[in-house]
Structure formats: structure tokens, C-alpha cells
Design a protein around this ligand. Structure first.
Ligand SMILES: [Fe+2]
Length: 716
């Protein structure tokens, strides 16, 4: 691509489907100059956690930062894809949400470039690692083509895919157990990880699986993906079909409950270590880059590195889908625009909006008194047992608060953890808090040098000194703070150390239960007034709760909440005007109806049509697959006798290698058209048949024809 050396180029990255982690990034570059990136998650701006909404506000936020008035100034929009490589209707559910409607109305006129979901994750972590080469391990719920695990190798600016596994993975299993067995609700995986050390090994709990290289086969435990789509949304009976065996769901916090958390965490660590070993063997690299939602499992991360003896490990701070838009723009920068100037990644503070003016008016309008910020004073406040909301500089990208939108407290205090869980964050008592420690002191306390993004967990050496940031198993999820990384936070902790002898503070995200992390000074003030926080640091101002008599506090709070609502509505209106062609609710509902009819066809009727068409053409067919699926096909095709000269059934046995060898011999000998007769093992059978001519009826948007048979009366 020939570039104009004087022009500024803008790349916008967006996810292609409605996710609870949606957001946007814009990368700006001028030829041969260091690029600049701004990135934000939609929930921070919309104030709705797990909103599954189009990143309307995030796009506008990023455009505002670079002074872009409309989308015509954007040179490239890049997205991932999930079910099909298409911008429209790529979403996993096919239920045509508002997200899909907004994609249709999006004003960007040029073609939207799309890459695989896991490649975007890989780009986010490798291009920020600073490594010259690295093994790149991506593990998440699912990405393009229902990929769950992918191996890449990074070499200079090139990222090469090595292999991937589809349909089943530990990310999916972790989510299923967190939501279906432990019933934590959306995003509950972090709670499972926190609960796990309270559980123990329990012989009654078995998560059946087979590991073989990159393959993490859970087919004896759960059905393959996809399990949820338009069909399951319309028919709750289908949604329940997840587990292969009957599971005794424990009572919340009852017998076996904590042991389920222990079991899935233990398995996750085992699988992460196994995959780390495998990719190291293949790539022979001493460096490891991790991303995908599973890389939020900080306990697992530590084991992958240590047990496999990787020399260096890098995990992108927004390693879950919230970091996808960042991965997309960096990939485009190197691979589409072929730029060589390296992106320097020093910290995760990518929400680059300056809120100084908002702070002045907030304090002035509500006559809020304050003291000037001084690290010495705030260190004193913390050391005296107060809980402080700390708002400073640009917001963090990703799910962890790293000192700019944090709640801080004294880690030496035994009761602090329970106090904050109960009275400030209103959440489960078993949830741990993290220590933010001066980087140079980390080795002494935790035995690790660097963990700037709070994604490594380590055994605590001096656990008695900092009881409120040590988990029940004496581990801690560490954040190391350096002068380069965050000078203001560093100074504060340094002052705290000078007073107390302890080089760390308790750090947790600045939000109340069910709330996204605060983004603006207004959000911070609302959460400060609405919880039992004692002090609020807003950039250069320290505000004490003591000045607010209950009546005054409630009045201000009410007013601020109403102001925020108005601001948000205005912001939406402005953003929508810039980003979309005319939006109309009736038009949306009409489109929804049409698209859902089309989706139904695609997920059920298309495989059916393909099957009938194929079978009509053939004189002889070998059905290679599972018994129950083949019986369903027979019923649908109205075949009376299967083992005739026309229809041969060969049963596929997933875990019998010798039987598979025999199958291959059999199929070679009987040189007839082969129909893959399995939904569950479609992917595995395809691999076996790579040297044969075969016919498959399913793609990534299909549901099993067994479901069709079971539900056609209800849905079709
Ligand atoms: Fe992902």
C-alpha cells in the first residue's frame, strides 16, 4: 500500500458481535513515526456492566481524542469474525440484536476488513510484548469457527498460525461450571477463581476430558458448541441441554459447592500447563505471550511459566475480549499498512481523556471542599485505616484497576478485606484483594520481579505483614508498580512505605457491586457518596466524606445521578448522529423479523436441504459418525433399512485410536461417498477424512438435525 508521507492515518478496531466486553480503539500514525493509540471499553461509558451493546460511545470517545468529526476521516475499520467472515450477521446467536441493526446503519462507506478472533488476541499480546520472537498461546470461550485454543508463533513483526482446536475448550468449561453449577451469573469466572482455594479435591466431582496436544476434548462431559443461538433463545428446553451426564447441582455454598470451584480451577491450571508445554515443544521459544479470556486466570498463568520454564512471559492487560479492538488496530498497522515503526507499550492507561475541567466544575457547582493532593497526606490517610477512592490520569484498559481508577486501603489491617467486601463493594466475603507493591520490593514479598498488569499470582513470603491482600491459600495477585509505569501511584506507595515500613497498598477496582469501573470524575463522585469510602482523591484534590451530612450527601447524590443520566442521553444522541444513518425502531423490528426467519433457515433448514440434496444424488452412501445422529438422519430421510447395499453405517468411536485406523482401512476399501453423520464430532471426523472425498451438512452456524427432530413441532 502506497502511503502519503504527510498524511495522518487512522485505524478503527471494533468487535463484530455483541459481547459484554465490547469497546473500540483508534490507532493514529504518520508514515515512519511512532503511532498513538486510544482504547476504551463500552461499559465504562454506558455505565452498564455486561450490556452486550454496540460500542457507540467508545467509537465517539476515540474519535474525539483525535479530533475526528466523522467516519470519513477513518482510513480503515477492522473487525474480527465469529461464525462467518462477514461484517453483517457474524454474531454467535443469530438472534438479530440492536447491535446487528447498528452495524447495518453504520456510516462507514468502505469495506470493513476482518481477521480471525484469535489472531486479534495474538496481535494484542505479541505486539505489546517487546519480544523478537515468541510462542503465542490463545485460550478463550470461542472465536472464529468456534476455535477455542490456537497456537501462533511470533517472529519479528510476523504472526504465524500453527494450529487450533475447535468446539471444546477449558474457557468454555470454566464458564459453564461458573454459570450452570456455581450460578455466578455473567462474568462469574473471577468469582470461581476466588472461591477455588476454599474447596478441596472431591472424588465425586469428575470433569471428564482427554488431552492430546492442542486438543482438549470434553465431549464426555458437555455437548459441543454452539449450544446457544436463536433456537435456544426461543426454546428454553434446548438451552438446558449442556451436560452429557446428570450433574447433582449443589446448593449455593452447600456440600460440594466449593469443591466444584476447586475442581475446575485445578483442571484449568493442569490444561494451561499442558498447552504451555506443548507449544514450547513446537515453537522451541523461551518466550511466551498469552491472551484470551483464560489468561485472566492469574494462578494458571504463573504455573504455565514456571512449570514449563519459560524465560519470559507477557500477558496483555486486556487479555479478554475487551482487548480485541486494540489487537485489531495493531495487526492492521503492521500487516495492512506494513509499518515498521514499533508500537511502544509501557502501560495500560489507554483511556486518554483529560477530565480536569469536569473536576473543577464538579467541586465548584456542589460546593465540595477539598485539600490539595499530597502523597504524604494520602499515605497517612490510608495508614490510619481509611478507605480511599483514587482517581488519577488516564483510565486503565482491561478489567484490572491499576492505580488510576482504584480503591486503596491498608494491607496490614486484618479486618480490612472483610470490611471492604461487606461495606464498600457489597460483594461475596470470599473475594480477595490485590497488593500493589513497589516493583523493587516485589521479590522480597512475592518472589516475582514484575507483574505490572496484575495478571500473575504468587505465594506470599511475608503474608503475616499484609493479611488483607493475601488469599486463604497464602497467594496474592500481584501488581508491581514502577516509576516509569505510574509515577504518581509509585510515589504514593513509597510514602506509605516510609510511614509504615510496608511497600504495598491494597488495590481493588473503583466500583460498587454490579457496576463497571468508574471512568469520569462524576462516576467517581457518585460511587464515593454511595458507598462507605472515607476519602476521594480526584486528581489534585483530596475530598473527605466527613463534610457531607447525610441530607446534603443524599441531595448531591440524587442530583449527580440525574446529571449523569442526562449527559449519557446527550452523548448517545450526538454519537448516533455521527455514526449511523437514520435509526428507526419500527425499521429495526421489521429487520429483526426478516433476519430471524433467515437465521432459522440457516441453522436448521440449510443442513436439512443439503442432506436431502446429497442423498438424492448418490447411489451408495457411507454414514460415518455416531449412532444416535445416524438414526435421526434415517428418520428424516425416511430410510427403512440402513444396512443395505445403498446405505452403510460405520460407527465413529472418538477415543479408540485402533478403531479409527480400521475405519480408514474400511473407507479406503469401500470407495463410496462418505457423509459425516455426526454433529458432536463433525470437526474430529473431518480431520480423519482429510484424504477422502466427504460430504458435511453442518457449518459453524448449524444446529444438529437431532435437535431439528426433537423440536421441529415447537419452532418450525
Ligand atoms: Fe476471545
Amino acid at each position: 500500500m502506497k502511503l502519503n508521507p504527510k498524511k495522518d492515518y487512522y485505524i478503527l478496531g471494533l468487535q463484530s458481535y455483541a459481547s459484554h466486553d465490547s469497546g473500540a480503539s483508534i490507532l493514529k500514525f504518520t508514515k515512519n513515526k511512532e503511532p498513538e493509540i486510544v482504547a476504551i471499553s463500552e461499559e465504562r461509558l454506558s455505565r452498564k456492566k455486561y450490556s452486550y451493546s454496540f460500542p457507540t460511545l467508545s467509537i465517539k470517545y476515540c474519535m474525539d481524542y483525535f479530533g475526528l468529526k466523522n467516519l470519513s476521516k477513518v482510513d480503515l475499520v477492522i473487525s474480527d469474525w465469529i461464525r462467518k467472515k462477514q461484517w453483517l450477521r457474524s454474531g454467535p446467536g443469530y438472534n438479530y440484536s440492536e447491535f446487528d441493526y447498528l452495524k447495518e446503519k453504520f456510516k462507514y462507506r468502505k469495506k470493513i476488513f476482518q481477521i480471525r478472533h484469535h489472531l486479534a488476541h495474538a496481535a494484542s499480546t505479541y505486539y505489546t510484548s517487546g519480544f523478537k520472537n515468541s510462542a503465542i498461546l490463545i485460550i478463550d470461550g470461542n472465536g472464529s469457527d468456534l476455535e477455542t485454543t490456537t497456537y501462533y508463533k511470533g517472529n519479528n513483526l510476523n504472526i504465524k498460525k500453527l494450529s487450533s482446536y475447535h468446539f471444546r475448550g477449558i474457557g468454555d468449561i470454566y464458564e459453564i461450571i461458573s454459570s450452570n453449577i456455581l450460578r455466578f451469573g455473567p462474568g462469574g469466572e473471577g468469582k470461581t477463581m476466588g472461591l477455588a482455594p476454599y474447596g478441596k479435591k472431591n472424588a465425586k466431582i469428575k470433569i471428564d476430558h482427554v488431552l492430546n496436544g492442542i486438543e482438549t476434548n470434553f465431549s464426555q462431559f458437555v455437548n459441543r458448541m454452539p449450544r446457544t443461538d436463536l433456537l435456544s433463545l426461543k426454546n428454553p428446553k434446548l438451552k438446558k441441554i449442556v451436560f452429557k451426564k446428570k450433574i447433582n447441582i449443589p446448593k449455593k455454598m452447600g456440600k460440594n459447592y466449593k469443591d466444584w470451584a476447586y475442581a475446575v480451577q485445578d483442571l484449568c491450571e493442569k490444561i494451561m500447563v499442558h498447552l504451555g508445554k506443548d507449544i514450547k515443544k513446537i515453537t522451541k521459544s523461551k518466550n511466551l505471550c498469552l491472551a484470551g479470556g483464560v489468561a485472566l486466570n492469574s494462578v494458571g498463568n504463573e504455573k504455565v511459566m514456571k512449570l514449563n520454564k519459560f524465560k519470559n512471559m507477557h500477558i496483555f492487560p486486556a487479555c479478554n475480549d475487551s482487548g480485541l479492538s486494540y489487537g485489531l488496530v495493531t495487526w492492521a498497522y503492521y500487516n495492512i499498512f506494513k509499518q515498521k515503526k514499533k508500537i511502544i507499550f509501557n502501560n495500560a492507561y489507554l483511556g486518554k481523556k483529560n477530565y480536569q475541567k469536569d473536576i473543577f466544575s464538579l467541586l465548584k457547582n456542589h460546593k465540595i471542599s477539598f485539600e490539595k493532593y499530597n502523597p504524604n497526606i494520602v499515605a497517612d490517610i490510608i495508614a490510619n485505616g481509611n478507605v480511599v477512592g483514587f482517581f488519577s490520569g488516564f483510565s486503565e484498559y482491561g478489567p484490572r484497576a491499576l492505580g488510576n481508577r482504584s480503591i486503596l486501603a491498608d494491607p496490614r489491617s486484618k479486618g480490612m478485606r472483610n470490611y471492604i467486601n461487606k461495606h464498600v463493594k457489597h460483594r461475596e466475603m470470599f473475594r480477595p484483594f490485590a497488593p500493589a507493591i513497589l516493583e523493587e520490593e516485589s521479590k522480597q514479598y512475592f518472589g516475582i520481579d514484575k507483574s505490572p498488569f496484575m495478571l500473575r499470582v504468587s505465594k506470599t513470603i511475608k503474608h503475616k505483614k499484609i493479611p488483607s491482600v493475601v488469599h486463604v491459600d497464602k497467594t496474592a495477585r500481584v501488581q508491581t508498580v514502577s516509576k516509569i509505569n505510574n509515577p504518581k501511584f509509585y510515589e504514593l506507595i513509597k510514602n506509605f512505605m516510609q510511614k509504615t515500613g510496608t511497600p504495598c497498598v491494597l488495590n481493588t477496582s473503583f466500583n460498587d457491586r454490579g457496576e463497571p469501573i468508574v471512568e469520569t470524575p462524576l462516576d467517581a463522585m457518585i460511587t464515593f457518596l454511595d458507598t462507605n469510602l472515607d476519602y476521594l482523591v480526584l486528581e489534585d484534590f483530596v475530598i473527605s466524606k466527613k463534610q457531607f451530612l447525610p441530607q446534603k450527601k443524599n441531595l448531591i447524590l440524587k442530583l449527580l445521578i440525574s446529571n449523569r443520566k442526562k449527559n449519557l442521553e446527550n452523548n448517545y444522541k450526538k454519537s448516533q448522529k455521527i455514526l449511523f444513518n437514520k435509526l428507526d425502531k419500527n425499521n429495526f423490528l421489521k429487520r429483526k423479523k426478516i433476519e430471524e426467519q433467515l437465521s432459522k433457515k440457516e441453522i436448521l433448514e440449510l443442513p436439512l436441504k443439503k442432506l436431502i440434496k446429497f442423498c438424492k444424488k448418490q447411489k451408495k452412501i457411507i454414514f460415518y459418525g455416531t449412532k444416535s445422529h445416524t438414526l435421526a438422519l434415517i428418520k428424516i430421510l425416511k430410510i427403512k433399512n440402513l444396512e443395505t447395499n445403498k446405505h452403510i453405517f460405520r460407527e465413529y468411536s472418538p477415543f479408540l485410536k485402533s478403531k479409527i485406523k480400521e475405519d480408514i482401512k474400511f473407507l479406503k476399501k469401500n470407495n463410496f461417498p462418505i457423509l459425516i453423520s455426526s454433529y458432536e464430532y463433525n470437526f474430529e471426523i473431518k480431520k480423519i477424512l482429510k484424504n477422502f472425498n466427504y460430504f458435511e451438512i453442518y457449518d459453524n452456524s448449524s444446529r444438529s438435525l437431532e435437535d431439528y427432530l426433537a423440536t421441529k413441532k415447537i419452532i418450525c
